[in-house]
Design a protein around this ligand. Structure first.
Ligand code: GDP
Length: 358
């Protein structure tokens, strides 16, 4: 009988015991990942339809520091990535008071009038302290904010410049997936943030004032070198002549700079965000820039370079974060700090000891 049972196909084998080493954490992780994929798909569907409420919620997830939000936002960004990239990305910078928000409103309205769909994002290194000094104020760009073809998103207000930059880059992807085909990334003219913005846009537009002097405007030579277009703003009223003179001076100064890799010769124009002088011409010049860089393939080369650049930036950011968050590194840091301060050990030796704990 026993022999018969063993040969029968209906025989019930004793079950294989669940190995004790199946990690409950990894099971939870897999479940969470599956759940996130489903939720992310729902978000993505709505974003692709151009649902702004969902787009805003997704950007909020990107900006969140909660790990569960970060995991979900990563899935959403990955899903949207396939539908992104079809836009022109323009960095706009200038010192506070140069007229950035007024200009963005005037220039933005010109572009939406021409049928473009515009998203305005921002990188504001000062916002950590001031809780969002650019674009944080809802009354700014009121006209543009009410334009159905425009979407304005305040600057993420916390994190390191690198962290904020990652969030803005991901917001660009989400906005493009939502159908925005022109992206403005605004930043204040303080130096470092321009370089970061320049690594995520296709064209860099620098706003300047007449008669203020470079030093006064806090604009470093390196930033001027990045500019594809310099616009001398507030060229209205009694300021028109001064603006024209300043434009000539800047044109002369730009001749001294090395030629731009793109083959595009940086242009200097005057404009007024109040009277709209020069705004149509600026839109035309922007078109010419994109025609030129797309023809020469520079557009693609620059985007590829940026994709690689951001991969390394995220690696650096993550390594730093992981390293400094390790409890034993934290305590060792305290200990070494004291030793360095008391002169017991040199900074380099202390750093080597800490890094050797990796
Ligand atoms: P932001 O700090 O660079 O964003 O500058 P705002 O857009 O807030 O402008 C600062 C001030 O300059 C405001 O009082 C604006 O009204 C004024 N302004 C901006 N653009 C122009 C312009 O083209 N002409 C004149 N005359 N004033 C302007």
């Amino acid at each position: 009988m026993k022999e018969q049972q063993r040969k029968s196909a209906l025989q019930v084998n004793s079950g294989v015991e669940q190995p004790s080493n199946v990690n409950a954490e990894s099971v939870k992780h897999i479940r969470e990942k599956r759940k996130n994929k489903i939720i992310a798909n729902d978000y993505t569907k709505e974003i692709l339809k151009g649902n702004r409420t969902i787009l805003s919620q997704a950007i909020t997830l990107v900006e969140s520091t909660l790990p569960e939000h970060q995991n979900l936002s990563r899935e959403i960004v990955e899903a949207c990535l396939l539908h992104s990239g079809n836009s022109i990305r323009i960095g706009i910078s200038g010192v506070p008071g140069v007229g950035k928000s007024t200009f963005i409103e005037a220039f933005g309205k010109q572009l939406t009038k021409q049928g473009y769909k515009l998203a305005v994002l921002a990188i504001d290194p000062s916002s950590e302290k001031s809780k969002g000094s650019i674009l944080g104020d809802k009354t700014r760009m009121e006209d543009l904010a009410n334009d159905p073809n425009a979407y304005i998103r305040p600057s993420p207000s916390s994190g390191t410049l690198g962290g904020v930059a990652r969030k803005t880059r991901e917001a660009i992807i989400l906005c493009e997936a939502a159908g925005f085909n022109v992206i403005f990334v605004e930043t204040v003219g303080v130096g470092q943030s321009e370089t970061v913005v320049n690594h995520m846009v296709d064209m860099f537009l620098l706003l300047m004032l007449a008669g203020a002097g470079d030093e006064l405007q806090g604009i470093k030579r390196g930033i001027m070198e990045m500019a594809d277009i310099i616009a001398i703003n507030k060229a209205d009223g009694t300021n028109i002549k001064k603006a024209e003179i300043a434009a000539t001076e800047y044109r002369n100064a730009l001749h001294l700079f090395p030629a731009n890799e793109s083959g595009w010769i940086p242009q200097v124009v005057t404009c007024s965000a109040i009277t709209n002088h020069g705004i149509i011409e600026l839109a035309e010049l922007t078109n010419q820039y994109f025609e030129k860089v797309k023809q020469s393939d520079y557009f693609k080369i620059r985007r590829n370079f940026q994709a690689k650049y951001w991969m390394y930036e995220v690696i650096f950011e993550k390594l730093k974060e992981n390293f400094f968050n390790q409890p034993d590194i934290k305590s060792k840091l305290n200990e070494m700090e004291q030793k360095v301060l008391s002169g017991e050990i040199s900074s380099v030796a202390a750093a080597n000891i800490i890094v050797s704990k990796l």
